[in-house]
Design a protein around this ligand. Structure first.
Ligand SMILES: [Zn+2]
Length: 421
């Protein structure tokens, strides 16, 4: 059972609420047994351990008596006390890369025709579904996010259908309008980008081999001007690596058939990561997604430019029968976030499920590192680490309670990272 607690903006000014649980996980490296999170005006104001057999009184002091002695739930100074149970209060999970817009395609696509076949199938079925169905299924999937413990999202929208949905459901994170092909720069101006503590609006490029490099630079420039994250699929497929290395191949023919002139694209003898670096697109507010086809030199570039990275291993397994080299990324001190990608390539949008998959496929990666991928690394990837990702004082009072009954810190982390929803 996962309970979502979001007091962001919901508190009466000056009213304090104390959330108690068997454990409070401030971060994967800092757990408190019998802990309390104090919340006021939508922010976390304190996190501390309650001495056993004692109860809250006012002003952070502790008095004798059982916690639940007051049936009204009111503390001695009128503050509200909520005792959640034996489980753990922890940061909301972050799904740093998803496409709610493709939710209607769940279980509709085959993975056995290769990646290009899958993309072709996706485009045909997406167009056949129509905007009403796509928006309806996107809304349904968006409503389930909180039940999966996800409090922050990096939603990628190609058609713009999910903007009002994420706004109407008060979802937090970043909504990205995605660009691909060779659309004119003028089109970017129609998309208002805006930074906010609740939901920011930013821009994304689709991928190095699908999007005009000059358009990518223009999009990145817009997001950089407002210090917003810029997201791009990067080094995902063999087709992409082949095209960027200078062999036009099938992909070059495909772009030509769609009237896209690639003669001025500066491809040749490069990897997708090196190509983006040469275009000046990599920095600490760029979020590269997938990173399946990279080598040691690419890892050095990502580390040097402090590029954020997001991995979607379940989607990679389905589409490419291949997984990213997370061990090497961690060796280079890169801090991967996790994303589900869309329901067109993955069974669920749950980051608990993504963590469980990572634990299963990467038994040598420590469980606390996996949990950090789903929390603080995701918050950094979306430029929200000052608000989310841990339960440190001053961050938003949005967190989750997971109903567990585990005796030790390591058993808690083990349970959280293998807990499929
Ligand atoms: Zn994607």
């Amino acid at each position: 059972m996962i309970e979502f607690i979001n007091a962001w903006g919901a508190n009466t000014p000056g009213a304090k609420t104390l959330h108690r649980a068997g454990w409070v996980l401030i971060s994967p490296w800092h757990l408190i047994e019998n802990g309390c999170v104090e919340v006021e005006d939508g922010r976390i104001t304190n996190v501390y351990k309650i001495p056993s057999g004692r109860v809250f009184s006012g002003k952070n002091t502790i008095a004798q008596g059982p916690l639940t002695q007051d049936p009204s739930g009111q503390g001695q100074s009128g503050q509200k006390i909520i005792d959640h149970g034996t489980g753990v209060i922890m940061p909301c999970l972050v799904n740093a890369h998803l496409h709610l817009e493709l939710s209607a395609l769940k279980d509709c696509l085959c993975f056995d025709r290769g990646f290009a076949g899958w993309v072709q199938d996706l485009l045909e079925k997406r167009d056949a579904a129509g905007e009403v169905v796509l928006a309806g299924e996107a809304k349904k999937a968006a409503k389930e996010l909180a039940a999966h413990g996800t409090g922050y999202i990096g939603e990628i929208s190609t058609q713009g259908l999910t903007k009002t949905i994420v706004q109407s459901l008060n979802l937090s994170g970043v909504w990205f309008q995605e660009f691909l092909g060779s659309a004119q720069d003028a089109l970017i101006g129609e998309n208002r980008i805006k930074k906010s503590d609740l939901l920011s609006f930013s821009l994304a490029g689709h991928a190095p081999h699908t999007t005009d490099p000059f358009l990518l630079q223009a999009v990145k420039q817009q997001t950089r001007a407002q210090n917003l994250p810029f997201s791009i699929h990067l080094a995902e497929s063999d087709t992409e690596s082949e095209f960027i290395s200078g062999k036009k191949g099938q992909w070059g023919k495909f772009l030509a058939s769609r009237g896209i002139d690639t003669s001025l694209w500066p491809t040749g003898s490069k990897s997708p990561v090196q190509y983006l670096d040469d275009l000046g697109l990599l920095d600490s507010s760029t979020l590269g997604v997938h990173l399946l086809n990279i080598d040691g030199r690419d890892l050095d570039i990502l580390a040097r430019t402090q590029t954020r990275i997001c991995l979607c291993p379940r989607s990679n397994q389905n589409l490419h029968q291949k997984l990213p080299d997370i061990g090497k990324m961690l060796e280079k001190k890169l801090a991967p976030a996790l994303g589900s990608d869309s329901l067109a390539s993955c069974d669920s949008l749950s980051i608990f499920d993504e963590m469980a998959f990572v634990r299963q496929k990467y038994p040598n990666i420590e469980p606390d590192k996996v949990l950090s991928m789903a929390t603080i690394n995701g918050a950094r990837a979306l430029g929200m680490e000052h608000l989310a990702g841990t339960l440190d004082k001053g961050k938003k009072s949005a967190f989750i309670y997971v109903d567990l009954n585990e005796p030790t810190k390591s058993a808690i982390i083990e349970s959280l990272t293998t807990h499929e929803t």
